[in-house]
Ligand binder design. Structure first.
Ligand code: C2O
Ligand code: CU
Ligand code: CU
Length: 482
């Protein structure tokens, strides 16, 4: 066992709304972390495409191909020939045009996760279906006041989303700040998982789909435990995306200072020093890393998200055995220190909806059952997803409070498209600071309360569990705002 695991597990006991444990008292006194040399490759960024003159136009081709992943060749899905696909660098006010070419053998489409763009027409419309061999033109207008930060894109064709993301279809989107933070490096780390077999990507069993599949390999930018060399005293910004289908990432960076700028959306005010970060599937984190000489490793620690095995009367509450510690990226911090001046993180205070008294209340319940075939049932309010049924009708401009209950023995990361959610409480524990999320983990047999300002975008879109196997299984609903 790793020397830190028990202490970390204890600290996690008080894990609250923000999904973080704030350091300060927690001095890191661990023995030097082991660095896996399994991959030994230098961490490489995904290819980047940058808007110029206010727009970015690209062709994004989804296809099967022979890909180098985790240091070996495998037949995977990919966008434009790479896993992850290209990172799209944009600014508020930009126009993004994507010709999505479907060279897969099944339907697909594209979702811009977290972007506050219209869900109508050929913008972020999850009901679009692109048949094999067809091309669809997406046209996204990023509002002039769109929050900067880290976002991502992935397919969203109901019933095939988990397989397509697991197969390799995902990429990051960066909305830059008007005045970029002064950092020594700005890196994208897309974390995903996959299981490879002799022919390519392993298919998921019925049990995998009920539980939410987790891959044997956990990759960073498609690499297994890549390595990075950084000079001491450097201050880097990392944009971390949890693109795993079902895996929660409880991240820890041993021996180095980690400051959180925000999960999903950047928080107002100063960055907070954290010991670890919990990212549910779909969550992103923006962090600052200030390096001190020595070795370091970014790790994923075990996290127990509960088990579908706990369902049904006789099966009790048997939990899956928590996994091992996974080394994600190894670091050598050596060389001569550059002269760095501290970064001033000067961000406006977050909007806070808690002072609003005129809110409409709504209750939603996420549930799982043993019936309905091999993969069981996964529902919201007792119903499986139906694209032709509107489940929630919301008045444009309204502020609503949603209480999302979870009656199942597993955590479910609740995601709403387009409109970010302000976390009011998770498991009864109140948020202290304004905390905004696109994905809020609703703990097993518990609930989460959020507030949402439904504007300025209007239209019909979806909310769902971001364990994508659960989404494909029906844990998704339709919201119409207008
Ligand atoms: Cu990232 Cu509807 O999902
Ligand atoms: Cu989304
Ligand atoms: Cu779920």
């Amino acid at each position: 066992m790793h020397p830190l695991s028990r202490r970390r597990a204890l600290q996690l006991g008080g894990l609250g709304v923000a999904g973080i444990v704030v350091g300060g008292a927690g001095l890191i006194t661990a023995a030097p972390a082991r660095i896996s040399t399994a991959g030994g490759e230098i961490l490489a960024p995904p290819p980047g495409l940058t808007a110029s003159g206010g727009s970015l136009d690209l062709t994004l081709t989804a296809a099967v191909g022979d890909t180098t992943l985790a240091g070996r060749r495998a037949t995977t899905l990919r966008y434009n020939g790479t896993v992850p696909g290209p990172t799209l660098y944009l600014s508020a006010g930009d126009h993004l045009g994507v010709d999505l070419v479907n060279n897969l053998a099944e339907p697909t489409n594209l979702h811009t996760h977290g972007l506050q763009v219209t869900p109508q027409g050929n913008s972020d419309n999850p009901f679009v279906m692109i048949e094999p061999g067809r091309t669809f033109h997406y046209d996204y207008r990023i509002p002039a006041d769109h929050p900067p930060g880290t976002y991502w894109y992935h397919p969203h064709h109901h019933g095939r989303t988990a397989d397509q993301v697991f197969g390799g279809l995902y990429g990051a989107i960066v909305i830059g700040e008007p005045t970029p933070l002064q950092v020594s490096a700005d890196r994208v780390l897309v974390i995903s998982d996959i299981t490879l077999d002799a022919v390519g990507v392993a298919s998921a069993s019925a049990m995998d789909r009920m539980q939410g599949r987790e891959g044997d390999l956990v990759l960073v930018n498609g690499q297994q435990t890549p390595h990075l060399e950084i000079a001491p005293g450097a201050r880097e910004r990392w944009r971390i995306v949890n693109a795993c289908v079902s895996r929660y990432l409880r991240l820890q960076l041993t021996g180095q200072q980690l400051e959180l700028l925000g999960v999903d959306l950047l928080d107002g005010g100063r960055a907070q020093i954290v010991d670890e970060l919990l990212l549910a599937p779909g969550n992103r984190a923006d962090v600052l890393v200030t390096t001190a000489a020595g070795a370091a490793v970014l790790q994923a620690l075990p996290y127990d998200r509960g088990s579908a095995m706990g369902m049904g009367g006789g099966m009790g509450s048997r939990r899956r055995t928590p996994g091992a510690i996974i080394d994600l990226v190894g670091f050598t911090v050596a060389g001569s220190a550059p002269a760095t001046s501290p970064v001033t993180v000067d961000r406006p205070a977050s909007l806070d909806l808690r002072a609003i008294s005129d809110v409409r209340h709504r209750a939603l319940t996420m549930a799982m059952g043993m019936g309905m075939g091999a993969t069981g049932s996964a529902t919201i309010d007792g119903r499986a997803f139906d694209a032709n049924r509107i489940d929630q009708t919301v008045r444009a401009g309204a502020v609503e409070e949603w209480t999302i209950s979870n009656t199942s023995p597993m955590d479910h990361p609740f995601h709403l498209h387009v409109w970010p959610m302000q976390v009011i409480s998770v498991g009864g524990q109140l948020a202290v600071l304004p905390t905004w999320r696109n994905v809020v983990s609703v703990p097993a047999r518990s609930n989460a309360v959020v507030r949402i300002a439904f504007g300025p975008q209007t239209g019909t879109t979806v909310y769902h569990c971001h364990i994508l196997d659960h989404e494909d299984n029906g844990m998704m609903g339709v919201v119409s705002v207008g």
